[in-house]
Ligand binder design. Structure first.
Ligand code: EPU
Length: 418
């Protein structure tokens, strides 16, 4: 098991550079198999989710050449074999191979995906979308076979604006015959990044970033070069850390519009920061942060993926704050650990009520999922004494070089294997 140890109480100064977006990368890598030619993707974060997807590519006999920050994917000799359970289960985003393989070969065989335990996480909308395109879905326990004689464009209305279903249907539809329209599509920046990549390969997708996406099927996709957008959740996490213990902490390589909902909340509660063209500088904030209410929502609402680190900041605000989680049923697993560190938080249904400010004191905690782990890191950085965070593997799934980045701005943090 990996453990992160943090000696809290240090002020952080300097620059942290944000890596490529995890939730774009994890769709771009499977999307690359839709061509028979070479795709080069740069600004790819070195996180374990990327490694897990490259392992699946190798299982499918796709040539993968990984260098610092870029990956070259060549599927010219690929084989459409079953993605076995251990590979499917390594991460959530293995499910993007379902859409991509269906689009390319009209057949995909894989198992229910893994990922953070933050709720039930069904994939019914993905499967309904594939069926609307003409595929037959057979489920045997947790094994899925999705097959079609021919994929035909269709009008698909998503009951929920799901990120995964929007991208997966796009992947299957790019090579379908005719026009597919996805209504109530998710609008996250990662979806725009994936649509741009597919269009660079010759797909005809319009409307990505709005709630109606139109995909005109094409016969063939070709080689391309693509850059992953900066990770807005990683950026938001470090900005929150800056608000907790920064002293001129510059977060570089950021698209500020992607984190507007966070920035407006930070302004409301009194965090001191400056917004540049591609960076945010967090100045030292006083002890007079105000409490607030925040409700998670699909983009451009407040991202659920920042809710857990933001809760830590609210433990330092004066009065009662509320965090209302609307996307996932089980995203408050960090709360008992925060309370062990000294916070006063009560969870009622899907709302966390936080009374602040509270002094945090180090103890042993655990990362129950990726963003809960990020919340533990944020809390440990201001806790008095040495905090040990168990199950740090969860954190490494989504934050590239988190230990090195924090050390470079003055944190006392170490990664250990026990
Ligand atoms: N949903 C269904 N049926 C479906 C698909 C989704 O009911 O077929 C529900 C989900 O249960 C959830 C809601 O719809 O309640 C939204 O789920 P969505 O499909 O949008 O989420 P996802 O694609 O599984 C991605 C990110 C998550 C992020 C959410 C919401 C990836 C790999 N994951 O998940 O990221 O929280 O969108 O923005 O892109 C993370 O990075 O820590 C993370 C969990």
């Amino acid at each position: 098991m990996k453990i992160i140890e943090i000696e809290g109480g240090k002020k952080l100064t300097g620059t942290i550079r944000i890596s490529g977006a995890k939730n774009a990368t994890v769709a771009l890598i499977p999307a690359a198999i839709l061509t028979d030619e070479e795709a080069t993707i740069c600004n790819v974060p070195e996180i374990t989710d990327t490694e897990a997807l490259c392992d699946i590519l190798e299982l499918l006999k796709v040539k993968v050449n990984r260098s610092t920050e870029s990956v070259v994917i060549n599927p010219s000799e690929m084989e459409n074999v079953e993605i076995t359970e251990p590979y499917s289960k390594k991460l959530r985003a293995s499910y993007y191979f379902m859409g991509a393989l269906l689009g390319k070969y009209k057949k995909a065989v894989m198992y229910f995906p893994g990922g953070c335990s933050i709720g039930e996480r069904p994939i019914d909308l993905h499967l309904k979308g594939f069926e609307a395109l003409g595929a037959k879905v057979t489920t045997e326990k947790n094994k899925y076979t999705v097959e079609a004689e021919e994929l035909k464009g269709a009008n698909i209305y998503l009951d929920i604006a799901s990120v995964g279903a929007t991208i997966n249907i796009m992947l299957a539809a790019v090579k379908a015959k005719g026009i597919t329209v996805i209504d109530n599509a998710a609008k996250e920046p990662e979806i725009v990044n994936v649509a741009t990549f597919l269009n660079n390969m010759g797909a005809k997708i319009t409307g990505a970033g709005t709630s109606t996406i139109k995909i005109e099927g094409v016969e063939k996709l070709h080689k391309c070069f693509h850059e992953v957008i900066p990770d807005r959740i990683e950026a938001g996490t470090y900005i929150i850390i800056g608000a907790l213990c920064g002293e001129m902490l510059k977060i570089d390589n950021v698209i500020p519009e992607h984190i507007d909902p966070l920035l407006s909340k930070l302004e409301e509660i009194g965090v001191n920061f400056e917004v540049g063209r591609d960076h945010i500088t967090v100045l030292e904030s006083g002890n007079d942060l105000k409490s607030t209410t925040v409700k998670t929502a699909v983009f451009p609402g407040f991202p659920t993926d920042l809710q857990q680190p933001f809760t830590v900041l609210l433990t330092q605000a004066n009065g009662m704050s509320r965090v209302i989680e609307t996307i996932w049923e089980n995203r408050f697993m960090h709360i008992p650990y925060l309370n062990q560190l000294g916070s006063r938080i009560v969870v009622k249904n899907q709302t966390a009520e936080i009374v602040g400010p509270t002094k945090l004191t180090a103890t042993s905690v655990a990362a129950t999922d990726l963003r809960a782990g990020a919340a533990m890191v944020a809390a440990a950085l201001i806790a008095e004494g040495k905090t040990k965070i168990a199950n740090a593997e969860h954190i490494l799934r989504g934050y590239e070089q988190i230990v090195e980045k924090l050390v470079s701005v003055g944190a006392r943090i170490e990664l250990k294997e026990i």
